[in-house]
Design a protein. Structure first.
Ligand SMILES: NC(=O)c1ccc[n+]([C@@H]2O[C@H](COP(=O)([O-])OP(=O)(O)OC[C@H]3O[C@@H](n4cnc5c(N)ncnc54)[C@H](O)[C@@H]3O)[C@@H](O)[C@H]2O)c1
Length: 302
């Protein structure tokens, strides 16, 4: 008996890295999986069938059920076809995991419009595209323990300085997940986000020593088990299962052998007045009340 027996999942970006591990662990736990991957370069350009086919072959070799899909999640009309493929192949859709991602890192003052658009198109719009068509199916078939699981990043949650496009898209995905949590709960859908950490070809583009991140000298494979993307897949199996109905609108972190829960945004100080504030008084009170709170640790990047 697997935790995902008789469940049907779509995992986008499942040809490599974390997505491939999620798809394989889903299948090992009994799910039938649509393995979506464009098969492009880290910057999102190009495309080939190889990565999605490789994950499907690994799943089938292990005795599981999977089919490949090569559509870009950034393609609004194409995204409908990804959902339709799950329905055509397996007759239902229980789980959507939006993993697909690209990178175009640049400081904000050097970033081109094209670099901004390319990253927002895959992460933020891509997450919307697949979710929209999945949610149409879920709303029409309200009997399930449906699961939407979106990928965010510490880059957005903490503000990576060299990734303004990616940080914006990844925190945008959190807002989108919260909106879906409030909108789709009534149809039996839970919506949660996951912020992972693992050595993949994506993190390999960050200009620090590969060895400190557990890579073999000249391969894409991580040698440090704490940096393996396989760790990230483990809590996602539970989040995708029927047992996790109680978890909605949450951000989970999965990195190495640690699984974490982020807090929700909370108003921590508020200045109230019975009349409109004067600029002078607002300045004085903001400095008096907010500044000590910020200096005590309420800082971005923490
Ligand atoms: N690796 C980390 O430490 C880390 C940290 C924070 C967030 N993330 C997020 O985790 C997810 C997986 O990242 P990864 O590290 O495994 O990267 P990866 O590059 O190994 O895998 C990403 C996959 O997405 C596919 N893809 C890219 N654009 C696509 C598109 N338009 N349509 C369909 N597939 C597309 C790629 O072909 C690739 O196989 C991403 O959303 C990433 O932003 C990763």
């Amino acid at each position: 008996m697997g935790m995902l027996d008789n469940r049907v999942a779509i995992v986008t970006g499942a040809g490599r890295g974390i997505g491939s591990e999620v798809a394989q662990l889903f299948a090992a736990n009994g799910a039938s999986v649509v393995v979506n991957d464009l098969g492009g370069a880290v910057d999102g350009t190009g495309g080939e069938a190889g990565p999605a086919d490789d994950t499907v072959a690994a799943i089938r070799d292990a005795g599981g059920n999977a089919v490949a899909n090569y559509t870009s999640v950034a393609d609004y009309d194409g995204a409908e076809g990804i959902i339709q493929q799950a329905l055509d192949e397996y007759g239902r859709l229980d789980i959507l995991v939006n993993v697909a991602g690209n990178l175009r890192d640049r400081m904000v003052f050097n970033m081109t419009e094209e670099e901004w658009d390319a990253v927002v198109a895959v992460h933020m719009k891509g997450t919307f595209n697949t979710t929209k068509y999945a949610s149409i199916y879920w709303r029409a078939n309200r009997e399930g323990h449906y699961r939407l699981i979106n990928f965010t990043s510490g880059s957005g949650l903490h503000g990576a300085p060299g990734q303004p496009n990616y940080a914006a898209a990844k925190l945008g995905i959190v807002g989108f997940t919260y909106s879906c949590a409030n909108a789709l709960g009534r149809y039996g859908v839970t919506s949660n986000a996951i912020g992972p950490g693992a050595s993949t070809r994506m993190t390999d583009t960050v200009p620090t020593d590969r060895r400190t991140r557990g890579f073999d000298e000249d391969s894409e494979t991580t040698v440090d088990p704490r940096r393996s993307p396989a760790n990230v897949a483990v809590p996602i199996v539970y989040m995708a299962s029927e047992a996790s109905d109680w978890m909605n609108g949450q951000v989970i972190r999965a990195m190495g052998f640690d699984i974490g829960l982020y807090s929700q945004y909370k108003l921590i100080r508020e200045l109230s007045s019975t009349e409109m504030w004067s600029v002078e008084r607002a300045a004085e009170e903001m400095e008096r009340v907010f500044r000590p709170a910020i200096e005590a640790g309420n800082v971005v990047g923490g």
